[in-house]
Ligand binder design. Structure first.
Ligand code: XMP
Length: 510
């Protein structure tokens, strides 16, 4: 792999993703990992990420210079660039001044920046800067705040930049990263969906042997792709369980039961538990209470189905759709595997313990989507927006019942249809539609006064759901949705738009 050494800023994951977008496999390692351990991973190259603004900052992580006692290609970015300069005998000037944000780069040839336009916009965020490059390095660019903004030593296969090539504000950043990977480090772009599938299929076969496996499907992308991958590896040794809690959106249960099965040939056990879930939810209005009930009932139902299957054919493995960001964010090392599993079907009793198969553990979401497409899954499933586990229950403000669910489903379907028709699916992170079931307002529909419910449109843009902004959807799209909902959904006589960012609002209303 290409190792991305994380110096503690937000950028390591982004760099790792960019490397993979260049079709080279990457892994994130903490800066505290001893050099010997990094080398034991047989790295194809090492990228030193950004971190504190200065190597002189108190407590700034130190780079072990023995990293450079071997011939692994190294690329230093921002803090990594300074740390690299210092470790190799260059000087970092303790200027105390800062350069932050977009600035123009003046490039002077070299391999990394060859034939790029003059005055190239790049994204900077540093205090001190490299004053003298280490011996053997050619300085290939400068900016007003950084006399040495890029350097390279082609013989040693080492290069570095003061700015952030991984962010979109650095216009040719991806091109530079590719040049380091291909032209300086000599790597090949071989990390492709079909290679990932081939590797995973072999690994799953090896892990499972002739044993039996189960997987819970949620209707979401991750479990769908994980199961399809495992099915490709071991075929009928896999059985999937789909607990239909009756809180999905229009068409979603059918998508799992029909389209997905048709596309994959997977053996599916459907548990229609809507009645029981709605029974337990009856009259409950508190959001956390709803979540608790749904979580508890989900585990109970899944467990019962798993037990039945286990009696029929002894089950040894459980598939989980854990993704790489979950692994990295929970410490990266061993023992983190279970965190997400507790989320999904955690709490399985001791006598029903399975070993985990996590075929997406090394992948980012966009890679999972690409894999899903390669595995032949329907587009609507692969490109689906994130959807909360408790489903529509937390989008009905008030108690949940069948009638209200049907109402919300109809309104939600219209919003989704119109978003898709406008070609805006990819511009929006999520588009919750919320029913204010206990609120009524006066309206006039047809030739009579009505006293109906409002529906809230909550389209948001986001990178990771931690923060979000309300999406500026075109007014005509919103108008169309509003007209259709009030025309087609009896009982709804008002459509409102949520214009709150997160924070202070959350994405969901409950
Ligand atoms: P909030 O509303 O906290 O949501 O801004 C952040 C992201 O998490 C999703 N979400 C949930 N997902 N179970 C889930 O699996 C939940 O209880 C839950 N609550 C919120 C939400 O859809 C958004 O993507």
């Amino acid at each position: 792999p290409v190792l991305v050494v994380d110096f503690g800023a937000q950028y390591a994951q982004l760099i790792a993703r960019r490397v993979r977008e260049a079709r080279v496999y990457s892994e994130i390692v903490p800066h505290s990992m001893p050099v010997a351990e990094m080398l034991a991973k047989d790295p194809a190259a090492i990228i030193l990420s950004g971190g504190p603004s200065s190597v002189y900052e108190p407590g700034a992580p130190v780079l072990d210079p023995s990293l450079f006692d071997n011939d692994v290609p190294v690329f230093g970015i921002c803090y990594g660039f300074q740390a690299m300069a210092q470790a190799l005998g260059g000087t970092v000037a303790h200027t105390g001044s800062r350069e932050y944000g977009r600035t123009l780069l003046s490039a002077q040839g070299g391999t990394l920046l060859r034939e790029l336009p003059d005055d190239l916009p790049v994204w900077m965020s540093h205090g001190d800067s490299v004053a003298v490059a280490p011996q053997g390095f050619a300085v290939t660019a400068s900016t007003p705040g950084a006399p040495v903004a890029a350097f390279e030593d082609l013989t040693a296969k080492r290069a570095g930049v003061q700015f952030h090539p991984e962010v979109a504000h650095t216009e040719q950043g991806q091109e530079m990263l590719k040049r380091f990977l291909y032209d300086i480090a000599g790597l090949e772009p071989t990390w492709t969906s079909s290679n990932i599938i081939e590797e995973q299929v072999a690994a799953i076969r090896e892990q499972v042997g002739d044993k039996q496996v189960i997987c819970g499907l949620s209707g979401g992308v991750d479990s769908a792709v994980a199961a399809a991958l495992v099915h490709k590896a071991i075929g009928d040794q896999l059985t999937c369980i789909f607990v239909d809690h009756g809180l999905l959106r229009a068409g979603e249960a059918e998508q799992v039961e029909k389209d997905y099965v048709a596309a994959t040939g997977i053996r599916l056990k459907v548990v229609d538990a809507a009645e029981s879930f709605l029974g337990h939810l009856a009259g409950v209005t508190d959001p956390e209470q709803k979540r608790k009930i749904i979580g508890r009932e989900f585990i109970r139902t899944f467990e019962a189905a798993a037990r039945e299957l286990d009696a029929e054919r002894h089950i040894e493995f459980l598939v989980q759709g854990t993704l790489y960001p979950d692994v990295v964010e929970s410490g990266g090392g061993t023992g983190t595997a279970n965190i997400k599993s507790h989320h999904n079907v955690g709490g399985l009793p001791d006598d029903l313990q399975f070993a985990l198969i996590e075929p997406l553990r090394t992948l980012f979401k966009d890679e999972v989507r690409a894999l899903g497409t390669e595995l032949g899954l329907p587009d609507e499933m692969v490109q689906r927006h994130p959807f909360p586990g408790p489903g529509l229950a937390i989008r009905i403000i008030g108690a949940v019942d069948r009638e209200r669910l049907d109402l919300l489903r109809a309104a939600d379907l219209i919003a989704r249809e119109e978003l898709t028709a406008a070609g805006l699916d990819r511009d929006v992170w999520q588009f919750p539609v919320v029913l204010l079931a206990d609120v009524r307002s006066v309206g006039v529909q047809g030739d009579g006064r009505t006293y109906g419910h409002p529906v809230v449109l909550r389209p948001v843009s986001s990178e990771d759901a931690m923060t979000a902004d309300w999406s500026r959807l075109p007014y005509d799209v919103i108008a169309k949705i509003s007209t259709r909902i009030t025309n087609e959904v009896r009982e709804v006589n008002r459509v409102v738009l949520d214009v709150t960012s997160k924070p202070p609002g959350t994405i969901e209303w409950e």
